[in-house]
Design a protein around this ligand. Sequence first.
Ligand SMILES: [Zn+2]
Ligand SMILES: [Zn+2]
Length: 260
Amino acid sequence: MPALQEEHVVRLLRPLLRTRTVLEPAQSPPETREFAATRFGGFPTVEEGETWPLCDGCAENLTFVAQVDYSRDGLHDRLPISFFTFFYCWRCYPWGRERERGGWLVRSYTALRRPKVLVHGTAPDFEERHAVPRLEKSLPDGVGMHLHCPELWALVPGEGGSREARANWDVVDRAALHLTQQRPRQPHMRNTGVAIGGYPHWANGGDETPVCTECRRPMELLLQIRPSELTDATWGDVGTLYLFMCRTHTRRTGLRIQCT
Ligand SMILES: [Zn+2]
Ligand SMILES: [Zn+2]
């Protein structure tokens, strides 16, 4: 296998640059309570008249996981929505690969007209936590090259392989680091953390980006939840949950989970 030149890799990767917003735990709760404020746990904000969502698998109540004030906290190149909430069913425990619906729900809004907090039961399922947004640049992680840069994937097949292949992966990591101006800590761990937008960090396995059922194009990452102080919601031992949305057909969403 020929040795990759960093300049060549930079040329391949530069057009793929996206931005993403990392959500980090806030040290103190926000001073003013706004309906749409980003939060994990607590109770969700809904449009007046909306009721608590039921699972389309088992017909029981869904569990509220998170909501994002996307227009305020989404510092990246955003999808055309302003706010969304995410609910999940731990009875049905969907992983999203077999079918695109069942056991979870994303409610997205272009504007909230008459928002209210929907209290349900005596206590929230998860303790309320708040987040601080931080803008970053993002490039596909190693396995993401399969979808986003087939030319590079062909030059560096898979994660394993020969010493030459591993050396080529190092060149890719260096080029990505250079383009995203990230700190050199764990260069192959691109896109980790809790984040909205950008590319996912595929925790274990290949790229599983879902395609939109209307336009057949790959969806974009809406929210990635890695294990974090931000939420007590967990999927498996060390599961990462990914929500996707089509930029054109924002009603089309996808869910994936990978566990390490
Ligand atoms: Zn269910
Ligand atoms: Zn679409």
